[in-house]
Design a protein around this ligand. Structure first.
Ligand code: S3P
Length: 428
């Protein structure tokens, strides 16, 4: 049977410039398109997901010029998009689809959003519901999935929305639609999610009894500016796990986002005994970045992630779980039903693949658990084309012989050149 066999590594050493943060990359592109005039983005991620956003913006009449390390976007203002000639293909990218729903809800034209097989299965009602309440004609299939048909309304109604699912994508979509509403639109989050939209747009945010509120004003304009995209925290975790698991490793991750809504995972690793040093901390364009040095330490103890904490490490759970299994730590995850509706059903895939590596796993509707001292062995890993599943088990394969991935190319969705980066670090 074909597949990608992972060759175990002795250790990883060297410096790494990570891909640009995916969440910040999408937003830098979209906010530049909404501004009037030329914005310049430094360090935009070259991964497939942000490329999907570029593709959709071009289809909406926005000029995007990609140079080596800078990207120029010629924004045409919040009302300057033109009607696309065909359905907008968001590829594998939920952020592209959901944030565009917000923007397209305020346009004067009709549009359709589609994506790949994975994206067409993901829940969209969470964003369609509030946008329809604001006055957009927006609908998906009866199951609440894409394709999504949007008939924009340039005079939306403002909304006060209390988030029922913790989702930065839903929050951002509503706030972007709020720019086309007459008045103030507010999203209240009982459980905080990543705050890139509010930071990058300088939105007002404050505490209310139900949680944290953030607002946009109808008619607001976004200035054209320069963006500097930090390294992706969610990509960093694969290298952090690998370096801590392989004795003798010592790596330096340059200019990583340590935004507090993203960096909780560092604390998680530290509590498992990982030697993680955050140095040269600076704030660039509203986002905190730092160099992160990781030295081999092994992982020990137990990892327990419960409902209110899942949102802060949602993209990092695959790597945390696989690292815990490989290191012989126990692991328990509850309240993480969101993980079933990511690029794949990540609970199902993690459980299935860990079992194939002889980990005794108990599965719940909202998580899974395993005990300590698992003697993990290699096995065939089904990725379902999910980039984070492929990288998490790829890291397991650096430690445990005999790991074979059914698909290694899906890593390009968020971490272009992941395997080359690993090979460079292992050959020192
Ligand atoms: C993202 C938010 C998260 C995350 C995704 C990127 C964003 O999704 O999982 O990878 O850029 O806003 P949800 O907001 O749906 O949880």
């Amino acid at each position: 049977m074909s597949g990608h066999a992972i060759e175990p590594a002795r250790r990883l050493t060297g410096e790494v410039m990570l891909p640009g943060d995916k969440s910040v990359s999408h937003r830098a592109l979209l906010f530049s398109a909404l501004a009037t005039g030329k914005s310049v983005i430094h360090g935009l991620s070259a991964a497939q997901d942000p490329k999907s956003t570029v593709h959709c913006l071009r289809a909406l009449g926005i000029e995007v010029h990609e140079e080596r390390n800078t990207t120029e976007v010629i924004g045409r203002g919040t009302r300057g998009f033109s009607a696309p000639a065909a359905a907008l293909d968001c590829g594998n990218s939920g952020t592209t689809m959901r944030l565009l729903c917000g923007i397209l809800s305020g346009q004067t034209f009709e549009s359709t959003l589609t994506g790949d097989g994975s994206l067409m299965k993901r829940p969209m009602k969470r964003v369609l519901g509030p946008l329809a309440k604001m006055g957009a004609s927006i609908s998906g299939t009866p199951a609440g999935t894409a394709p999504i048909a949007v008939k924009g309304n340039p005079y939306l109604r403002p909304l006060r929305f209390i988030a029922d699912v913790p989702s930065a994508q839903v929050k951002s979509a509503i706030l972007l639609a709020g720019m086309y509403a007459a008045g103030e639109t507010t999203v209240v989050e009982p459980i905080p999610t990543r705050d890139h939209t509010e930071r990058m747009l300088g939105l007002k945010s404050f505490d209310v009894p139900e949680g944290r509120a953030v607002t946009t004003q109808g008619g607001m304009s976004i200035p054209a500016r320069e963006y500097s995209v930090p390294g992706d925290t969610s990509a960093a975790v694969f290298l952090i796990a690998a370096a801590s698991l392989l004795p003798g490793s010592d790596i330096l991750l340059k200019r990583v986002s340590v935004n507090p809504t993203r960096a909780q995972v560092f604390e998680r690793f530290r509590r498992l005994g990982v030697s993680l040093e955050v140095v040269e901390r600076v704030t660039v364009a509203g986002e905190e970045i730092a160099d992160v040095r990781v030295r081999a330490s092994g992982l020990s103890g137990a990892l327990d992630i419960s409902a209110p904490e899942t949102a802060s490490v949602i993209d990092e759970i695959p790597m945390l779980a696989v690292a815990a299994a490989v290191a012989g730590c126990s692991f328990r995850l509850r309240g993480a039903q969101e993980l079933r509706v990511k690029e794949s059903d990540r609970i199902e895939l993690l459980v299935k693949n860990l079992r194939s590596m002889e980990v005794e796993v108990e599965e719940y509707a909202d998580g899974f658990a395993f005990g300590p001292n698992n003697a993990v062995i290699g096995g065939r890993i089904g990725t379902a084309g999910d980039h984070r599943i492929a990288m998490a088990f790829g890291v397991a394969g650096l430690v445990v012989p005999g790991v074979i991935l059914d698909d290694a190319s899906c890593v390009e969705v968020s971490f272009p050149g992941f395997w080359n980066t690993i090979d460079r670090l292992r050959s020192h």
